[in-house]
Ligand binder design. Structure first.
Ligand code: SF4
Ligand code: SF4
Length: 286
């Protein structure tokens, strides 16, 4: 029996998570309370799951640790240390919509490799760090959560059930429109503060899951690399160090299965792959 492509599994999980997040407020309104919260802080049967940046803001604001939030954030960070930022690839509803928007941009011919700079982690880290500092210095509520697209998706359902219109919700369709026009997943690459801690864990953990590239097996001619075309984030997976924005989604791996099978997932730092200066594609310069 042939294995289903990773992408099909991933898509099923993404859609399932988006549906569950929409169902939580409805279930709570109907008196079902074993699951509650939203994307920044979810409670399932007493098990807290949380966004590390949201938990850090709560701690900075209160100048003390809120243990349920810290435990939830710790679970998310533990997962990221081993599997990388798979939250972005498998769970984030904005990531799902952004991928769909990118598919539309491709069909409209708006995707142009090399149009945007490749390294977006620094900008995201500055935004997350500055937000955290402001919240901590003045003891403010967790302001950075207001620029969370997955949280906005969760709140959409919470506010819809309450019959209220919360204007920041319009940000989700607005940003998606910008991404279609730009032909790039700008939010996830350059803005999203939620993904910073997960991306850093992926970057720094020497034992974590990452891509490995065996150049000898690569059969695609330059200019027609299937893996580059498959990555909706515009990354080059043929690198020794994992691209900082890589979410371990596996789309490039699925594409490479149709060619030389030069890419695979492995735990720990790969010993092979292109160095930062080897890549001939603009998408490879990260
Ligand atoms: S980068 Fe942010 S918005 Fe994009 S998939 Fe990850 S958490 Fe979601
Ligand atoms: S490089 Fe591959 S695994 Fe990483 S985000 Fe791009 S397609 Fe997904």
């Amino acid at each position: 029996m042939t294995r289903p492509p990773l992408r099909a599994v991933r898509r099923a999980v993404q859609i399932g998570v988006a549906l569950v997040m929409a169902a939580v407020p409805l279930a709570n309104a109907a008196g079902v309370n074993w699951i509650s919260g939203n994307f920044l802080a979810l409670d399932i049967l007493g098990l807290p799951l949380g966004d590390p940046l949201a938990a850090a803001q709560v701690a900075a604001s209160a100048r003390g640790i809120a243990w349920p939030a810290a435990l939830g954030a710790g679970l998310a960070m533990g997962l990221a240390l081993v599997l990388g930022p798979v939250f972005c690839a498998y769970a984030c509803p904005y990531g799902l919509f952004s991928e769909w928007a990118h598919g539309l941009a491709r069909r409209l011919g708006r995707v142009r490799p090399g149009r945007f700079p490749q390294n977006g982690l620094a900008g995201r880290a500055v935004l997350a760090g500055a937000g955290l500092a402001v919240v901590g210095l003045w003891g403010l509520p967790p302001l950075v959560n207001l620029v969370s697209m997955p949280a906005a998706y969760s709140r959409l359902w919470q506010y819809a059930l309450a019959g209220a219109l919360w204007l920041p919700l319009l940000a989700v369709p607005a940003v998606l429109c910008v991404e279609v026009l730009a032909g790039a997943r700008l939010w996830c690459r350059f803005v999203c503060p939620q993904s910073v801690a997960l991306a850093l864990a992926h970057r720094l953990a020497p034992w974590g899951l990452g891509l490995a590239y065996a150049g000898k097996r690569c059969t695609c001619p330059p200019g027609a690399r299937r893996c580059l075309a498959a990555c909706s984030l515009g990354l080059d997976p043929r690198r020794k160090a994992p691209p900082a924005a890589c979410t371990n989604c596996g789309d490039c791996l699925d594409a490479c299965r149709q060619a030389g099978r030069a890419l695979r997932f492995r735990l720990g730092r790969p010993a092979t792959g292109l160095s930062a200066t080897d890549s001939t594609s603009p998408a490879g310069r990260l």
